[in-house]
Design a binder for this molecule. Structure first.
Ligand SMILES: Nc1nc2c(ncn2[C@@H]2O[C@H](COP(=O)(O)OP(=O)(O)OP(=O)(O)O)[C@@H](O)[C@H]2O)c(=O)[nH]1
Ligand SMILES: [Mg+2]
Length: 198
């Protein structure tokens, strides 16, 4: 990597109902660990993760917020100035998807207009026994310009994909702002494989 390569830092906030697995997702991604007895988050916790995409060093500055209702009012502190929001729900609990929709409405009104939004349908390891329909969630994600990923903090499925997608989209956006160029249609559909990153 070139020593002159600029290290870009992006702020990412995780939002979602209590117990859906926000902390577990972050800990799986950053430390590759998982606990069945993960303690509930109080207010928020902060971690960072460095990664390199197409030779460009990136730091994700990650705010993992508390999902319990009593902490809801603290949301703006963490999503204000956020470059991206990862909205998490529990695929086995439809109420938690409704909570995602509420967060999206709030972000659309209060957060940065061009915030990158991604949805994680977590606990996908539990869907073996039952057939969960995620088509509705996928259509919804499309309407808000987000992408939906099936994840399992327990098995590790989909975790890297989510964060890589977020980082690649942020990088692509930064590039567009810097050069004023438009991404090609392939990059819009597959930001991880964006030609600009090559
Ligand atoms: N089976 C399964 N359990 C999970 C998964 N992710 C998290 N859990 C469990 O779900 C519970 C809640 O996980 P947390 O990561 O604490 O959830 P959270 O969204 O951070 O919760 P709050 O901090 O209260 O907002 C814990 O018992 C985890 O072990 C997953 O992908 N699969
Ligand atoms: Mg937590």
């Amino acid at each position: 990597m070139s020593s002159r390569a600029r290290n870009l830092t992006f702020k990412l906030v995780l939002l979602g109902d209590g117990r859906v697995g926000k902390t577990s997702l972050v800990l799986r991604y950053v430390n590759n660990v998982f606990s069945e007895k993960q303690e509930t988050t109080v207010q928020a916790s902060y971690l960072t993760k460095r990664l390199v995409i197409g030779g460009v060093p990136i730091t994700l500055s990650i705010w993992d917020t508390a999902g319990q209702e009593r902490f809801h009012a603290l949301g703006p502190i963490y999503y204000r100035d956020a470059d991206a929001a990862l909205l998490v729900y529990d695929i086995t609990d439809t109420d938690t998807f409704l909570r995602v929709r509420k967060w999206v409405k709030e972000l659309q009104q209060m957060a940065s207009k061009d915030i990158v939004m991604v949805i994680a349908a977590n606990k996908s390891d539990l869907i073996r026994s039952k057939n969960y329909d995620i088509q509705g969630a996928e259509s919804y994600a499309t309407t808000i310009g987000a992408k939906l990923f099936l994840t399992s903090a327990k098995s590790g499925t989909g975790i890297n994909d989510v964060f890589l997608d977020i980082a690649a989209r942020l990088l692509q956006k930064k590039k567009n702002i810097t050069t004023g160029s438009q991404p090609c249609s392939s990059c819009t559909t597959h930001p991880v494989a964006c030609c600009w990153l090559k």
